[in-house]
Design a protein around this ligand. Structure first.
Ligand code: ARG
Ligand code: GLU
Length: 753
C-alpha cells in the first residue's frame, strides 16, 4: 500500500515536470535552477550551450530588436528573423503608392537592395552578472524609501564606473532590479545600428486574420519579416555606411525542416517586457473587477464608432487601420485576461496560497514578526488606492489616448513650455521634433468628424463613471451642468468647430507665425484650454495621492517578494519580466478552451484557405499562395507525415509582450518556430500562469521557409541559411542499416543514370 503511494507520488512529480511551462528564467542561472528539468523534458543541450560567457552559445544569436521586440540571427551573414508586426513601422516607412510593400511584400533579391532603417538597432547581450551585493551595500530595512533610493543610486554609479572601464563606445551597461528590488543584475550589451530590411511577406500573409484573429488560436498568420545586421570592416558596430558588410555572428541558429509534433520540447529565448506574478489577491481582484472593465468599456466605445466609419468609407479604413489595431490589441487582451483569471479561479488560488503563507509564518516567530502585517495592509492599501487607480486609468484612456484631438492639443503644451523655458532656439527645436515625429502623421490619418463623436461618447462615460466629481468640472463648465449629465454632442460640436487643432490648414497657418504668436494662439485656443483644465483637475485630485499610495505598495511588494521566497523555499521563483533576456521552456501542446472542445496544436494552409474571403481586408489571400496550395507545391517544407503545409503551432512556453520575434528552439538548439502571440484564453499568464490554458503561438519555421522560397522565390536567402534534419538524423542513427544486396545494386544503377 505504502509502496504504491510512493510510486504515485513519483509519477505525479514526473508528470508535473513534463507539463511545466511556467517561468521566465535568467539565462545565467539555468544550470543551477533548470537544467535537470529541461533535460527531463527532452533537452539534449547543456545549460552552457544555451548561455556561456566564454564560448559561443545560443544567446549569441539573440538580439533585442529596437528595444521592443526580439529577433534572432539565422545565417553567418547576420540575417535576422523577427515578426512582421515588429518590423511593421520600417516596412511602412519604405512603402509608397508605387512600391506598396505593406500590400505586396518586399524582397531584396540582391544584397544591395536591402533597405537602411535609421534609428533601428539590434542589441546583443555579451554577458550578465549578479550585482546585488554591490547595489544593496549599505541598504537596510530601517531606511525610508528615499534614503534607500539614494543609497542605491550612489551604488549604481559605482557599479557602472567599475564595469564601464575598457568598454567600447558601442557597448553599454544596463542594471535592473529583479524580484521587486531584492536583487540586481547587470547586462553588458553591444548595439548595432545598421540594420537593414531584407524581406517581408504581403500583409495578407504577415497579418492574415488581422484583428479578428489577433490573440486567437487556431491561427493562420505568417507573422515574420527579415532584416540584416551590418558591421564595419572589423566586424564591429558602425554607423550606417554603404561600405558596411554583413555581420559575422558568434552563433547563428540552424533551422530544422523536420517540424514539430505534440509533446516536442520547445525553448523560447527573448526579451519579455513586463509581468506581475506575485501580486496579492486584492490587486488581482481590482484588475479583474474594476480596472480592466473600465478600460475595456472606454476602448469598446471608441472602437465601435471608428469601426462604423471604417466600414462605410474605404479611405477611412486605410487611415484608421493601424490606430484601430493598436487600440483593439489590448482591448481584446484585457477581455481574455479577466475571463481567464475567472475560468481558472486565479483569485481563489491566490487566496489559498496566502492562507498557506499565513499558516506557515504563524509557526515561525521570526517570520511572523516580520511579515504578519503584510497581507492585511495590502488589503487596506488596495482599497485606499482604488478610486485613484481607476481615475488614473480612465484619465489615461479618455484624455491621453482615445480622444485623438485632446492628445494633439495637449502636446502643444510642449511648444509653450519650450519657448518659456528655452527661448526661440528651444522652441524651434521642439517644433521640428513635434512636426516630424507627430503632427505630420497625425493629420495624414485624422478625421475630425469621427473623433468628435468619440469625444462626445467618452466624455459621457467619464462623467458617469469617474470616481471624483471634480475630475469633470471643466466639462461641466462647458456643458453648463453641475450634477446632471450634459449634452456632450453639443459640447463637442462647439469645441471642434472653434479650435484650430481640428483643421490641418489652420494648424499649419498658425505654425508659420512667429514663436510668440504661435504660443499666444495656442494658449487662447478653447480646446487647448480644455485639455489644460482637465489635466489640472486630474493632477489636483489624483496624482499626488496615487503616487503616495503606489510608493507604499511598491515598498511592501518588495518585502512581500522576499517573504514569499523565504516562506516557500521549496518553490523555484522566477523574477517578473522587465525587458531583460530570459528563457522559457515547455512543450508543443494543445488545450481545452471550454467544455467539450479540444484544440490541437498545429494549423495548416488548408485552414487558411477555409477562412479565405476574396477582397476582404483581413482574410484576403495572395493569388500566388492559392496557386501553390492548389498544386500542393510545397517543396521540401510539407509535413512528411500528412503532406500538408503547416502554418502555426502552440506550446506551453511562458511569454509576454516583447517576446514577439523570439525564436522557438528544439531540443538540439535548432530553430523550429517564431513566437508572435498568445492564445486568448490564457493571456492572464502575465499575472497567473496556468498550464491548462496558457499557450504561446508561433509561426512554424517550415512555413517561413516555404514563403521565402516558393512564394517569394528569394532563393539566395535560403542558400545562406543552415537547414537541418535533426529528427531524420536521429532516426537514421537508431535504425540499423538494412543490408540488402538487391537494393544496393538498384541504387548503383540509379546513380549511374
Ligand atoms: N497580439 C500580438 C501582440 O500583442 C500581435 C499584435 C499585432 N497584430 C494586430 N492585429 N494588432 O503584440
Ligand atoms: N504580440 C506580442 C508582442 O508584440 C507578443 C504576444 C504576447 O503578449 O505574448 O510582443
Amino acid at each position: 500500500m505504502s509502496l504504491k503511494l510512493t510510486k504515485l507520488v513519483v509519477f505525479l512529480l514526473f508528470t508535473q515536470a513534463l507539463t511545466a511551462g511556467e517561468g521566465m528564467w535568467l539565462p545565467l542561472l539555468l544550470e543551477s535552477l533548470n537544467e535537470n528539468e529541461m533535460k527531463n523534458m527532452g533537452l539534449k543541450l547543456s545549460a552552457e550551450d544555451i548561455y556561456s560567457v566564454n564560448q559561443s552559445s545560443l544567446k549569441d544569436a539573440i538580439v533585442h530588436f529596437g528595444g521592443f521586440c526580439t529577433a534572432e540571427v539565422i545565417s553567418n551573414k547576420g540575417l535576422l528573423l523577427t515578426n512582421h508586426h515588429c518590423g511593421y513601422g520600417q516596412i511602412q516607412s519604405h512603402t509608397t503608392l508605387e512600391n506598396n510593400y505593406l500590400r505586396d511584400g518586399f524582397w531584396a533579391m540582391e544584397q544591395d537592395q536591402e533597405l537602411a532603417n535609421p534609428g533601428l538597432f539590434a542589441r546583443f547581450i555579451l554577458r550578465m552578472e549578479d550585482v546585488s551585493d554591490d547595489m544593496l551595500a549599505g541598504v537596510n530595512d530601517n531606511m525610508t524609501s528615499a534614503e534607500r533610493q539614494s543609497t542605491i543610486d550612489k551604488n549604481m554609479d559605482m557599479v557602472r564606473a567599475k564595469h564601464e572601464q575598457g568598454l567600447e563606445a558601442y557597448d553599454d551597461i544596463i542594471i535592473r532590479p529583479f524580484y521587486h528590488g531584492n536583487e540586481y543584475y547587470m547586462f553588458v550589451t553591444r548595439t548595432f545600428n545598421d540594420v537593414r530590411l531584407v524581406g517581408a511577406p504581403p500583409e495578407s500573409i504577415g497579418k492574415y486574420g488581422s484583428d479578428t484573429d489577433n490573440w486567437v488560436w487556431p491561427r493562420h498568420t505568417g507573422d515574420f519579416a527579415m532584416f540584416r545586421i551590418y558591421a564595419g570592416p572589423d566586424n564591429l558596430p558602425a554607423d550606417y555606411s554603404p561600405d558596411n558588410k554583413p555581420y559575422v555572428p558568434k552563433h547563428s541558429l540552424p533551422i530544422s525542416v523536420d517540424g514539430v509534433e505534440e509533446g516536442d520540447f520547445t525553448l523560447v529565448f527573448g526579451f519579455p517586457g513586463r509581468t506581475n506574478e506575485y501580486l496579492p489577491s486584492p490587486a488581482i481582484e481590482q484588475i479583474v473587477d474594476v480596472l480592466n472593465p473600465a478600460k475595456i468599456k472606454i476602448r469598446e466605445t471608441a472602437l465601435d464608432i471608428i469601426d462604423k466609419y471604417m466600414r462605410i468609407d474605404p479611405a477611412v479604413k486605410i487611415q484608421y487601420a493601424s490606430k484601430f489595431a493598436r487600440v483593439a490589441n489590448y482591448w481584446k487582451k484585457w477581455i481574455g485576461e479577466s475571463q481567464g483569471i475567472k475560468s481558472t479561479d486565479g483569485i481563489g488560488k491566490k487566496i489559498k496560497m496566502e492562507e498557506e503563507f499565513t499558516n506557515r509564518i504563524n509557526k515561525n516567530y521570526d517570520q511572523k514578526a516580520k511579515y504578519a502585517k503584510l497581507l492585511p495592509e495590502f488589503k487596506k492599501l488596495y482599497e485606499d488606492i482604488e478610486p485613484y487607480a481607476l481615475s488614473r486609468d480612465m484619465y489615461n484612456e479618455v484624455v491621453s489616448r482615445n480622444v485623438e484631438i485632446l492628445r494633439a492639443a495637449g502636446l502643444a503644451n510642449r511648444l509653450v513650455t519650450a519657448l518659456e523655458n528655452n527661448g526661440v532656439e528651444g522652441y524651434n527645436n521642439m517644433k521640428g521634433r513635434l512636426t516630424a515625429g507627430y503632427y505630420d502623421s497625425f493629420y495624414k490619418n485624422y478625421r475630425p468628424e469621427i473623433d468628435q463623436e468619440v469625444f462626445a461618447a467618452l466624455m459621457e462615460l467619464y462623467k458617469k463613471n469617474a470616481p471624483f466629481k471634480g475630475l469633470t468640472s471643466p466639462l461641466d463648465k462647458l456643458a453648463g451642468t453641475k450634477d446632471g449629465m450634459g449634452d456632450y454632442a453639443a459640447v463637442a460640436k462647439k469645441l471642434y468647430g472653434e479650435t484650430f487643432f481640428t483643421k490641418q490648414a489652420e494648424f499649419e497657418k498658425v505654425m508659420q507665425m512667429k514663436p510668440k504668436e504661435v504660443v499666444a494662439k495656442i494658449k487662447a485656443d478653447p480646446l487647448y484650454m480644455f485639455t489644460q483644465d482637465m489635466n489640472a483637475a486630474y493632477n489636483d485630485i489624483v496624482e499626488g495621492k496615487y503616487n503616495s499610495y503606489n510608493d507604499r505598495i511598491k515598498e511592501m511588494q518588495r518585502t512581500y517578494m522576499k517573504a514569499l521566497m523565504e516562506v516557500f523555499p521549496e518553490k523555484r521563483m522566477y523574477p517578473d519580466a522587465n525587458s531583460t533576456m530570459r528563457v522559457t521552456y515547455g512543450k508543443v501542446n494543445g488545450y481545452t478552451p471550454r467544455d467539450a472542445v479540444y484544440y490541437t496544436p498545429v494549423t495548416y494552409l488548408d485552414g487558411a484557405m477555409a477562412k479565405y474571403k476574396p477582397g476582404d481586408y483581413e482574410f484576403d489571400m495572395p493569388k500566388k499562395l492559392i496557386e501553390l496550395y492548389d498544386k500542393k507545391d510545397y517543396g521540401r517544407y510539407a509535413d512528411t507525415k500528412n503532406g500538408k503545409m503547416p502554418i502555426c503551432f502552440i506550446g506551453t512556453n511562458h511569454t509576454t509582450g516583447g517576446n514577439s520575434g523570439s525564436p522557438a528552439i528544439d531540443a538540439n538548439g535548432n530553430l523550429i518556430g517564431l513566437n508572435f502571440d498568445r492564445a486568448w484564453e490564457g493571456t492572464m499568464s502575465d499575472y497567473n500562469y496556468d498550464p491548462s490554458i496558457c499557450r504561446n503561438i508561433m509561426v512554424d519555421a517550415r512555413y517561413i521557409l516555404f514563403i521565402v522560397d516558393k512564394f517569394a522565390g528569394a532563393k539566395r536567402l535560403i542558400y545562406e541559411m543552415n537547414l537541418v534534419n535533426p529528427k531524420k538524423m536521429a532516426e537514421a542513427a537508431h535504425t540499423p542499416p538494412i543490408i540488402d544486396k538487391g537494393s544496393k545494386k538498384k541504387k548503383k544503377k540509379a546513380k549511374m543514370k
